[in-house]
Ligand binder design. Structure first.
Ligand code: AMP
Ligand code: ZN
Length: 318
């Protein structure tokens, strides 16, 4: 006989390793939604919010994100409006599939979706970075592009929050690397909410920060949301994936490792670091006018490398 659900005694579908319990599909869905609700309340993520832009890549995490936010905003945060945004990165054989999933999930939920097609709007796609000095750091370049455009889209849509699907595994993987390097200025930025007082930088929230990779996958399956099967052809066997595997091994030997690591960071280190590390002052980029640490923002620097490499004239926006 299969395992029984710890909450209702029905047939269990999912086993949560870190919590040591099995749940049926219905109880799991309730557990998941309650956990996201509590994370949002605990960190005041939606306090005073009117419009949330959810960044949806098509991957399981952000599909789970849009699914759970859509539900919570109908039930608990009724005063908040939800819109979805997607950046089509122009990666052949992959981006089409991501976009199809995003359009399907937003269509099924009846959500307003805004898509930025990089090739159409900016005249280049992420693969074009292969002809620039960023060829060895394609994921880093892609990350800059995604951060810039999701913020820009959220800002132009008048959103006061930008929600991303970063989960516990992502955050622990990044923290692991940052603590190893002692990158204090970056460690201090790893928060559930990145409050912004710059008018063009939208406050970022991570409502799934306490949920694991597996839990997000379960939620997508339990709700019958579409699941992306394609993998980005540009990623390869990255250091990030190797670190994630290593963390899984540690979790096997020390159950609850990820939760403990994250909580220690949040409760013990962050409050002390916040007192000593100064927030960088943001100016406006001379080229595009968006927030920037230096005279020219990292996105405009990236795009200028494309232009030097002779890619199809990327268009800077005024
Ligand atoms: P990643 O950096 O790919 O791990 O993605 C982290 C989060 O960024 C995702 O959960 C999404 O919320 C957002 N994101 C990533 N790629 C895209 C995209 N192409 N369009 C919109 N949002 C994205
Ligand atoms: Zn710029």
């Amino acid at each position: 006989m299969g395992a029984r659900c710890k909450l209702c005694g029905g047939e269990a579908s999912y086993h949560l390793d870190h919590a040591g319990m099995s749940l049926c599909s219905e109880c799991f869905t309730r557990y998941y939604e309650r956990k996201v609700y509590k994370t949002i309340r605990k960190h005041g993520m939606l306090r005073g919010a009117r419009r949330v832009a959810a960044a949806v890549s098509g991957g399981k995490d952000s599909v789970a994100l849009i699914g759970v936010l859509h539900k919570l905003m109908r039930e608990a945060f009724r005063e908040v409006e939800l819109v979805a945004i997607h950046v089509d990165l122009g990666i052949p054989g992959y981006s089409e599939e991501c976009r199809r999933i995003v359009e399907k999930v937003c269509g099924d939920l009846g959500l307003e979706l805004h898509v930025l097609d990089l090739r159409e709007a900016e005249g280049y796609g992420v693969p074009d970075f292969a002809n620039t000095p960023f060829r060895k750091r394609m994921c880093g370049a892609c990350g800059t592009v995604k951060r810039y455009h999701t913020n820009r889209m959220a800002y132009e849509l008048g959103a006061d929050r930008l929600a991303t699907g970063h989960n516990l595994d992502d955050v622990v993987e990044i923290l692991f690397e940052l603590y190893l390097k002692g990158a204090v200025e970056e460690i201090v930025r790893m928060r559930p909410v990145s409050w912004s007082d710059h008018p063009k930088l939208v406050t970022r929230i991570k409502p799934l920060i306490e949920l694991t990779d597996r839990e997000n996958l379960f939620y997508v399956l339990a709700r019958g949301l579409p699941l992306l099967e394609a993998r980005c052809p540009l990623v390869g066997e990255s250091r990030m994936l190797r670190r994630k595997k290593l963390i899984e091994e540690i979790e096997g030997a020390i159950p609850g490792f990820r939760h403990t690591f994250y909580k220690t960071h949040l409760k013990r280190f962050l409050p002390r670091l916040e007192k000593t590390v100064e927030e960088p002052r943001l100016a406006e980029c001379e080229v595009c006018g968006m927030p920037s640490l230096g005279r020219v923002c990292s996105y405009c620097k990236l795009v200028s490398k494309l232009r030097k490499a002779g890619a199809r004239s990327p268009r800077p926006r005024a």
